[in-house]
Design a protein around this ligand. Sequence first.
Ligand code: 5RP
Length: 235
Amino acid sequence: MTDPAPVDPAKDAAARAAVALVENGMKLGLGTGSTAKIFVDRLAERVHAEGLDLRLASTSKATADQARALGLVVEELDDLGWMDLTIDGADEVDPDLNLIKGGGAAHLREKIVATASDRMVVVADQGKVVDCLGAFKLPVEVIPFGWASTRTHIERVLTELNMPGRPVVRREKDGQPVITDEQNYILDLDLGEIHDAPALARALNAIAGVVEHGLFLNICQLAIIGRPDGSVVEL
Ligand code: 5RP
């Protein structure tokens, strides 16, 4: 039997600090990605040790499967209504707590759950903290029908905003497009620094085939940033 992969100490530190924010009786949103996965592991440990009574909704099938395998009950978001808290990872966090998400192709459900919550807290390692969003390619989830036309619209928007970056379809190793939990495609936009994120968000939202982009603006209230030495800082 092979040993389990070692846990990244920075991500683990952020996850542990976030688990401490969870209170008995909460309705809690579970994020997606490697840091959120560690959070769910640590949450399950606490739930089983303390007998916490939580109601959980997930931002992806992958996280729901993980949580259920750990003995947690995951419900539909619509059965829970408004959530108290969502804990999720991020690909980039800026000083104003604006984010890029979607590296795991889950940003659509992640945004729905986060914006249905009183509070969104990000857990991330130090490498995710940036002065200006955009070094990470911005994921945009699009409907497969007419996706090439949607890409043309996105290119026109980028030209109007004087931004570089041709949208590229995210693909699996076998060359097939990545399919999201909602059966859509992801276009990744290599933009460099995004100086007017609200303008870009508005323009992308106005394109018919765009379902959701990975800019999370004014959604996150706290970021817990883990360091390799196991300490955390809060933004
Ligand atoms: C998935 C996400 C993830 O939260 C983001 O990609 C961060 O993942 P990780 O913790 O593995 O770096 O947005 O869509």
